[in-house]
Design a protein around this ligand. Structure first.
Ligand code: CO
Ligand code: ZN
Length: 330
């Protein structure tokens, strides 16, 4: 599991530029798929089984990133963000452009040293001395450059959001021997800019029900303990009841909880105040779809070093495998 997660998280594919990660995932799922197709928005749609309920499982394969907006005469790259990038996590970060160039992020001097400037005061230094030398053109995109870190019980990487969800989908697909359903594992595009790939793929699949696989926030580090968000690493996957964009269908929530309890899989009940997932788009497509979400608790979401717990990942795989192997009445 760790080598595959390393490969997934060390691939650079910001929203709208998912070609590289799509090929990595395609190679993994090929042996277990009955059919693979790619739709117009680049979603990788993997079918297994035929004729039962159409169940859509969405894990987004894009990641947050940056896009070059201006190259100045000294070769410094100005940029804006793709998705929810926090300015305070950018300074000192290293980024990798899809064309291969790398650079470091710094800022114009601020009024007080240590202040977090806005993104328009920052620049990427690629080592170039002038515009002609700069290896980056306007419109080129970049992602955080940060190697996978194995801490034993815990794993840290950039783009754990949502490559860990992709891993859970791949491993569940691998583990499912028989299914009474027509399963559609969708590795979606452009989630970080507004769950766009989920919208078109759900329309195309027209599922009877479904859920997303994504990370959620955390409540178990200093300053967060005992506040209004409970999720903790190591206490099991979270079954989403509500987030900032969606109320899960109670029938889906009960299906997930009943399955976890019957199999002795630890789980957490999730109410997330802000943010949402692909399930939001899936729920509202066509005439509506009953949906939920299995979340992997993740510390430091949308930073270059996002952390998950190994057992949470394993238990998420078990839960998803069980959900999709048994008949369901919804
Ligand atoms: Co995200
Ligand atoms: Zn996500």
């Amino acid at each position: 599991m760790k080598p595959l997660l390393q490969k997934l998280t060390e691939t650079f594919s910001p929203s709208g530029y998912e070609a590289a990660i799509r090929e990595v995932i395609r190679a993994e799922v090929q042996p277990f798929a009955d059919e693979i197709r790619v739709d117009a928005l680049g979603n990788l749609i993997v079918r297994k089984g035929k004729g039962g309920k159409r169940i859509m499982v969405a894990a987004h394969m894009d990641e947050i990133g940056l896009i070059a907006t201006h190259i100045d005469e000294n070769g410094f790259v100005r940029f804006t963000t793709i998705g929810g990038v926090y300015p305070n996590l950018l300074l000192g970060s290293r980024v990798r452009f899809l064309g291969g160039a790398a650079g470091v992020i710094h800022t114009e001097p601020t009024d007080k040293p240590g202040d977090t400037p806005s993104v328009d005061k920052m620049f990427i230094d690629t080592g170039a001395s002038n515009r002609a030398e700069c290896p980056v053109k306007i419109g080129e995109v970049a992602a955080f450059e940060r190697p996978f870190l194995d801490l034993g019980k815990r794993m840290v990487a950039k783009s754990m959001d949502d490559r860990v969800g992709c891993l859970v989908a791949i491993e569940a697909l691998r583990a499912i021997r028989e299914t009474p359903h027509e399963l559609y594992f969708v590795f979606t595009t452009q989630e970080e800019v507004g769950t766009r790939g989920a919208e078109t793929s759900a329309y195309g699949i027209d599922p009877h029900l479904g859920f997303s696989l994504d990370v959620t926030a955390w409540g178990d580090t200093p300053g967060r303990l005992g506040k209004n968000f409970e999720m903790a690493l190591g206490k099991g996957p979270a079954i989403k009841i509500k987030d900032g964009g969606m109320l899960s269908d109670p029938r889906i929530v009960n299906w997930m909880i009943d399955t976890a309890e019957a199999q002795g899989i630890p789980y957490q009940r999730e109410v997330l105040l802000g943010g949402s997932t692909d399930a939001r788009s899936m729920q509202l497509v066509r005439a509506g779809v009953p949906v939920g979400c299995v979340s992997i608790p993740c510390r430091y979401v949308h930073s270059p070093s996002e952390m998950v717990d190994v057992e949470d990942v394993q238990n998420a795989i078990r839960l998803v495998t069980e959900l999709l192997s048994q008949p369901v009445e919804i």
